[in-house]
Each structure stands twice: as structure tokens, then as C-alpha cells.
Design a protein around this ligand. Structure first.
Ligand code: OSB
Ligand code: MG
Length: 372
């Protein structure tokens, strides 16, 4: 494959409803889209770096210059046969995994189109439908949260995850469980607690949660193993896992019993597949996390979720939960039974609405082979 050009675009999209985690509230997204031209096809990728360096050190303003100065030149000068070869081209750059993933996944997308194959098949997927869950942010009141949960359950979603932080945790779980005693329920703390709070975290056990996601520091694995020994609820790591070595370490020392895989957080499809395989070897299920993606990233999350060890409902939900109008056609729709059917079309099965992308683009830059 000869990559002829790379284009970066920043698009801005208001969210249907604000999204609040333990690190803050946002009302809209600034999203970095990557497109690559290769052998007459165009591949799309989404860099999931946030508006701020709060979830991870990476954010949109570190991703753009990293791609301009290092990743785009490496890709345009390098020789690749497939998306699988990108990681090696980018290896000299440390970190910046979300920037790398935006690029690598655009190449996989182009490769699938060029080979006239579904992306999920190229990735080694197998499922013909995937199960969906939702991630519900912190609300202004517990009543509003209950209302939102009721709506999502009525839509068919198979797992409810609520964001928690000190002051918004046991009190809301109490209310949720007294109304719905047996739904699949999990919590995500985004590192809001410390190991001094073991006694408090042990109280989550009474709510029979499917998992507790990333309770402790984003850069810690070992202390999660200490916590996992002290509580019954299964820990799931998100922020702490950057690659297959991290995953292997976490599972060897018993830091968690479930893994969240975000293709962006780990640097692209290639590393995501490795983590998936590591977890499978340990008999540990994985699920696909979300980063409030536009349709481009959402379609990629759907494709990767078809791999065999994605055995739990992911944070992959319908376009309309996030956007008035998504940038893909058709939009991602979730059926009444809480699943998304997998398309047999080449590529992702979702077409990028380039006219709409153009309309909401606020900045754009193209890099070509032979010029840097
Ligand atoms: O921790 O999973 C997370 C969104 C932004 C940053 C971090 C996280 C999330 C979500 C949203 O939970 C998942 C989604 O619906 O896309
Ligand atoms: Mg999380």
C-alpha cells in the first residue's frame, strides 16, 4: 500500500446532553479526524484524544503536532503492506497512542476498502451482532439519573454503567438497586478513589456489580491488585492499560478480572488485538470502551467488538444518544434487543458523510508524500 496523503480535520460537535465524569463536565466535543489516501481509496480514522488532558496526558493539541511532525512523515515515507505494519513505523515516538491509533486505524480502514473486505473480517472478528451497554455520566440529581437509566433500559441496552465519585456513589447505587434489583450494573470511577478508602470501596460489594472500573490512580496497576484482594466486586482496568505487557502484568498479579479495551488508548487495532489475545489466554473477558466518538470511531469500535473474547456488552451505543446528526450513513442504531447487527459490506459498512464533515470542520491540514 502506498499512502499518498494524510489529512487532519478538527470537527466540532455539540453533545445531545452534557457528559460528566469524576474529572469534569463537557457539553460538546472537538474531534480530530484522520483520512488517508491510498491506491484510489480513502480510509478514515478518529483520534479519541479529549479536549483536555484529564482522562489521559494526551489531548487534541498534542495529537495534531505529533502527527504533523512525526507520524505523518513516517507513514508517507514508510513501506507498509497493511495496517498491521503501522505500529513499527511509529515505534520511535513514545506514547501518543491516541494519535497513533487515529493514523493506524485510518490505514486499516483503507486496506479493508481496497481489499473489498469487511473491516471486522480483516481484524479477525467473528460475531455477527454485538451486545450494547451504556455509560451514563454524573447528573444534577439522583432522580435525573434514574430517569436516564429507565430510558436506556426501555431502549433495550443490556448493561448500565454509571460514573461514580466520592459523594455520588453508594447513595445513588442504593436508589438504582432498590428500583432494579437484577440488571447488569457497573460503575466507573475514573481514578476518583485512593487505597485509604478500602473500607468505603468494600461497601460497593452489596450492590452485586458486574464490575468496578478504574477505582484507583490512572498510572497504577499494583495497588489495584491490593484492592482486588480486599473486595468481592471484580475490578476492570481502563486508564492503566496501555499495551499487551500492561495487560499481562495486571492479569498475572490479579489487579483485575475484566479488561476494558479502547482502541485509541492502546495505540490502534494491532495492539488492541494483542491485548484481546492476552486476556483470552488468561480466561479473562474484555469489552470495548467508548470515548464519546463520532460515527468514524464508533464504526471502528463495532468492528473490533466482533472479536471472540469481547464477551461483555461494551460502551458502544447508538449515534442518537450523542449527536443530533452523526457524520456517518447509516447512523449507528441499536435494535430493541440491545444489539447492533454486523454488516457484510466492505470497510465498516458505514459511509462517511463528507459534505457534513466539511461543514463542521474548523481546521484542516494535508500532508503529502515527498513533501513535509
Ligand atoms: O472512562 O470510559 C471512560 C468517556 C470519556 C472518557 C472516558 C470514559 C468515557 C465513557 C463514555 O465512559 C463511553 C461512551 O459512551 O463513549
Ligand atoms: Mg472508563
Amino acid at each position: 500500500m502506498k499512502i499518498e496523503s494524510v489529512t487532519l480535520r478538527e470537527i466540532q460537535m455539540p453533545l445531545m446532553h452534557f457528559f460528566e465524569t469524576s474529572f469534569g463536565r463537557i457539553y460538546g466535543r472537538r474531534i480530530l479526524l484522520v483520512s488517508v489516501e491510498a491506491d484510489g481509496v480513502r480510509g478514515w480514522g478518529e483520534c479519541v484524544a479529549g479536549e483536555d488532558p484529564f482522562y489521559s496526558p494526551e489531548w487534541i493539541e498534542t495529537a495534531w503536532p505529533t502527527i504533523r511532525q512525526y507520524l505523518a512523515p513516517a507513514l508517507l515515507q514508510g513501506e507498509i503492506r497493511s495496517g498491521r505494519d503501522c505500529a513499527a513505523l511509529f515505534a520511535r515516538v513514545r506514547g501518543h497512542r491516541m494519535a497513533k491509533a487515529g493514523m493506524e486505524n485510518a490505514v486499516w480502514d483503507a486496506e479493508a476498502k481496497q481489499k473489498q473486505k469487511p473491516l471486522w473480517e480483516l481484524l479477525g472478528g467473528w460475531r455477527r451482532e454485538i451486545e450494547c451497554g451504556v455509560s451514563i455520566g454524573i447528573q444534577d440529581s439522583p432522580e435525573q439519573l434514574l430517569e436516564k437509566i429507565a430510558t436506556e433500559l426501555e431502549s433495550g441496552y443490556r448493561r448500565i454503567k454509571v460514573k461514580v465519585k466520592p459523594g455520588w456513589d453508594l447513595n445513588v447505587l442504593e436508589k438504582i438497586r432498590s428500583r432494579w434489583s437484577d440488571i447488569l450494573l457497573s460503575v466507573d470511577a475514573n481514578s476518583a478513589y485512593t487505597l485509604d478508602e478500602v473500607e468505603h470501596l468494600r461497601k460497593f460489594d452489596q450492590f452485586k456489580l458486574l464490575m468496578m472500573e478504574q477505582p484507583l490512580w490512572d498510572d497504577e496497576i499494583y495497588l489495584h491488585a491490593r484492592l482486588q484482594k480486599a473486595i468481592e466486586t471484580s475490578i476492570c482496568l481502563d486508564e492503566s492499560i496501555h499495551n499487551a505487557r500492561d495487560a499481562n502484568f495486571a492479569l498475572e498479579i490479579g489487579a483485575c478480572r475484566i479488561l476494558n479495551i479502547k482502541v485509541g488508548r492502546v495505540g490502534g487495532f494491532t495492539e488492541a488485538k494483542k491485548i484481546h489475545d492476552v486476556a483470552a489466554r488468561h480466561g479473562v473477558p474484555v469489552w470495548c470502551g467508548g470515548m464519546l466518538e463520532s460515527g468514524v470511531g464508533r464504526a471502528h469500535n463495532i468492528a473490533v467488538s466482533t472479536l471472540e473474547n469481547f464477551r461483555l456488552p461494551g460502551d458502544v451505543s447508538a449515534s442518537k444518544r450523542y449527536w443530533k446528526e452523526d457524520i456517518i450513513e447509516p447512523e449507528v442504531e441499536v435494535r430493541a434487543d440491545g444489539t447492533i447487527p454486523i454488516s457484510d459490506e466492505p470497510g465498516t459498512g458505514y459511509r462517511v458523510r463528507e459534505d457534513l464533515v466539511r461543514k463542521i470542520t474548523v481546521r484542516e491540514e494535508t500532508f503529502r508524500a515527498g513533501k513535509s
